[in-house]
Design a protein around this ligand. Structure first.
Ligand code: SF4
Length: 347
C-alpha cells in the first residue's frame, strides 16, 4: 500500500518520496554550539533530517537557537512531558517524536495535537519494544510484532480523537526479526509513512549489520519511507551506514561505489589497508562513480575495466587507470593522492 505523505520542514516523507536519512545528535541539546557543529557534520555526511533529545526545559529553550543556525529539518524527541513539546513547537521544531499514550490526561494530548496542527508539523509515534504497555505485554505474552503494532494504533487513536492524522510511525525493537515483522504488519494494516530502525543495534560493525539486515530487508520489500541507523558510535557513522544500506538495496545511485579485488598470490601491495584508505577518502565524495582498488598491475586494470577510475598496486609502484585504460605509473606512496586528484577532475 502506498503510504500517505507528510512534510518535515521542506522534506516529503512517504507517498513515493525518496527514502530519507535521519540521525540524532548525542551532544547535550542545551549546548547549542556543540549541537549545531555536530548537525553540520551530519549534514555534510548526507543526513537529511536531524533529531535532538529534549529531556528538560533547558534543552527545549535551546531548540529555537539550534533551528535558526541549521538548514536541516529538526525533530525533537520528547518523552512524557507535554510542556516540552509545546515549547519546542513554538520554537520552530519541524516534527515531534512523542507517544501520546505517555503524555497523560487527554487535555495534554489535545494541546500537543492542536499545537502541531496549527504549525502544520507531524508527530512521529515511536513504539519501542523495550517500553511496551503492560496490558499489551500481558495480552500477547511479551514483545511480539502484533503487540507493537497494537501499541502504535493505540497512540494513533489518541491523536485521531482530535482530528490529528499528520503521523508517521516507527516500531523499533533490538530484535531484527521482531522489528521486521512489526513493520511488515504495520505496512499491511495502515497507510502511515514508516520510519525504519533497529534499536540498540550496537557498535559500528554489528550495529551496521543488524541495520543492514533489518532496514535493508524491509526496503527491499518496498517497506519504509525514512530511516535511522542506530549505532553506538559517532552519529556521522550512522549516516554513512544509512547511505550504504540505501545503495546496497538499489535505492540510491549517488555517491561513489568502491570495488576491490579479493587479492591473490599475485598481490604485492597491502591492498586491504589501501582499500580502507580509499574508502575513507571517498566518504567526502558525492559523485556517482565506481572506483576500483586492485591488487596487481598485470590483471587489475582489465579485471576492473567496468570501473570509472581505479588503481592497481605493484611492488613499490602502481598504475592509475580509467575505464580499464592505463593513464600512468606512479610510486606506490602517491597512488592514493593521484587517484583522488583524478576523481576530482571527473565532471
Ligand atoms: Fe589477483 Fe590481480 Fe585479480 Fe587482484 S587483480 S585478484 S591481485 S589477479
Amino acid at each position: 500500500m502506498k503510504t500517505k505523505q507528510i512534510q518535515v520542514g521542506g522534506l516529503a516523507i512517504g507517498g513515493g518520496a525518496p527514502v530519507s536519512i535521519q540521525s540524532m545528535t548525542n551532544t547535550p541539546t542545551q549546548d547549542v554550539e556543540a549541537t549545531v557543529a555536530q548537525i553540520r557534520r551530519l549534514q555534510a555526511a548526507g543526513c537529511q533530517i536531524v533529531r535532538v533529545a529534549v529531556p528538560n526545559m533547558t534543552a527545549a529553550k535551546a531548540v529555537g537557537q539550534i533551528k535558526e543556525a541549521i538548514d536541516l529539518p529538526l525533530v525533537v524527541d520528547i518523552h512524557f512531558d507535554y510542556r516540552l513539546a509545546l515549547e519546542c513547537i513554538e520554537a520552530g521544531a519541524d516534527k515531534v517524536r512523542i507517544n501520546p499514550g505517555n503524555i497523560g490526561e487527554p487535555e495534554r494530548v489535545k494541546a500537543v495535537a492542536l499545537a502541531c496542527a496549527r504549525k502544520n508539523i507531524p508527530i512521529r509515534i515511536g513504539v519501542n519494544g523495550g517500553s511496551l504497555e503492560k496490558p499489551l505485554l500481558a495480552k500477547y505474552g511479551g514483545v511480539t510484532p502484533q503487540a507493537m503494532v497494537d501499541s502504535a494504533f493505540g497512540h494513533i487513536a489518541l491523536l485521531n480523537r482530535y482530528d490529528f492524522d499528520d503521523i508517521c510511525v516507527s516500531l523499533k525493537s533490538s530484535s531484527v526479526s521482531t522489528t521486521m515483522q512489526a513493520y511488515a504488519l504495520m505496512h499491511e494494516q495502515s497507510h502511515y509513512p514508516l520510519h525504519l530502525g533497529v534499536t540498540e543495534a550496537g557498535t559500528l560493525k554489528m550495529g551496521t549489520l543488524k541495520s543492514a539486515a533489518g532496514i535493508g530487508g524491509l526496503l527491499g520489500l518496498g517497506i519504509g519511507d525514512t530511516l535511522r541507523v542506530t549505532l553506538t558510535a559517532d552519529p556521522v557513522e550512522e549516516v554513512y551506514a544509512a547511505r550504504d544500506i540505501l545503495k546496497a538495496v538499489g535505492l540510491r545511485k549517488e555517491g561513489p561505489e568502491l570495488i576491490a579485488c579479493p587479492t591473490c598470490g599475485r598481490t604485492r601491495i597491502d591492498l586491504i589497508d589501501l582499500a580502507h584508505q580509499v574508502e575513507q577518502r571517498l566518504t567526502q565524495v558525492t559523485k556517482p562513480i565506481t572506483v576500483a582498488v586492485m591488487g596487481c598491475m598485470v590483471n587489475g586494470p582489465g579485471e576492473a575495466s567496468a570501473a570509472d577510475v581505479g588503481i592497481a598496486g605493484g611492488n613499490g609502484t602502481g598504475l592509475l587507470f580509467r575505464k580499464g585504460e592505463v593513464l600512468k605509473q606512479v610510486p606506490q606512496e602517491a597512488l592514493l593522492d593521484e587517484l583522488m586528484a583524478l576523481i576530482d577532475e571527473i565532471p
